[in-house]
Design a protein around this ligand. Sequence first.
Ligand SMILES: *[C@@H]1O[C@H](CO)[C@@H](O)[C@H](O)[C@H]1NC(C)=O
Ligand SMILES: *[C@@H]1O[C@H](CO)[C@@H](O)[C@H](O)[C@H]1NC(C)=O
Length: 318
Amino acid sequence: MSSQPAPRFPWNLIASRRYRWATGASIFTVVVFFFTLRNFELFTQRGPLFHTTVDVDWSRFAYTQYVTNSEYLCNSVMFFEALHRLSSRADRVMMYPSRMLESDDDRSSDARLLIKARDEFQVKLVPITVQHRNNADATWADSFTKLLAFNQTQYSRVLSIDSDSILLQDMDELFLLPPAPVAMPRAYWLYPDKEILSSQVVLIQPSEVEFARIMDRVNSASNDDYDMEIVNYLYRNNALVLPHRPYDILTGEFRGDNHTKYLGSDVEAWDPAAVYNEAKLVHFSDWPLPKPWLPTPDDLRLKSQPKYFKKKRKEVCN
Ligand SMILES: *[C@@H]1O[C@H](CO)[C@@H](O)[C@H](O)[C@H]1NC(C)=O
Ligand SMILES: *[C@@H]1O[C@H](CO)[C@@H](O)[C@H](O)[C@H]1NC(C)=O
């Protein structure tokens, strides 16, 4: 048996009162420092209050958009630029009509935008056939194309977001939600009169089985059925409902004068700057005004623009 004495802590060094006091004070300072740092991080974050510490394989997840024409292609490139600028970690997938990019030598403006998205913003280009229905209203005739996101089975989850929108913050945290065939916010502007899920933002678990169900529904769709009706028909009772705040706000909200539906109660005061800072996605929807890239008659714009009103001698823009 070895009889070497164990190394001993030099207690005699801190035995004097002065040293004991100094050691206690240093330990206290270190503890307070780390505690403050932790809390500082918790309270200064703009995003979610917690972060997962498990390793996440972000290549299993993708944001998807579908493009049916040149206007939507332009919107979609701006959307993916935002994801790139915000350093989102998931993949980026753009489903585009295969005719738009015949080869890398293609000099059309569509092809140039597609190549820019691919090379500058790391977008994976997936050629598709636009799902057009002649019976449908022109605005929505191609909207079934969105449902091809259910067919992107190379991913375990995709987040389909309409491209007629502006992305202000990334939504990476949604990919880590508990499993559900789809997760969507409600169309808050219709609630509670109508409990409809809005297909502007849909988190999807792509699957062959679900895609087959979707295509069955598309093929038997009536004249008034678009992508939103189909998703509601199939998933209204088993979707995970996302809060519309902060994932979906309409541009029209900012010029309305009753915000109860968006705020969710009549207790909270409307603060447009705070709402804008909270929002992650602003969707261009401003009925009766058309989408912003379409010409708007002047009289309609003047009639619809936010009202000025006087409030306590101060001019306030609503
Ligand atoms: C669905 O995905 C498969 C496999 O990638 C592909 O062969 C098929 O054409 C896709 N279906 C549609 C309607 O795009
Ligand atoms: C605002 O809208 C809510 C819900 O639609 C309604 O209950 C409320 O009466 C409205 N408030 C005003 C001031 O019109």
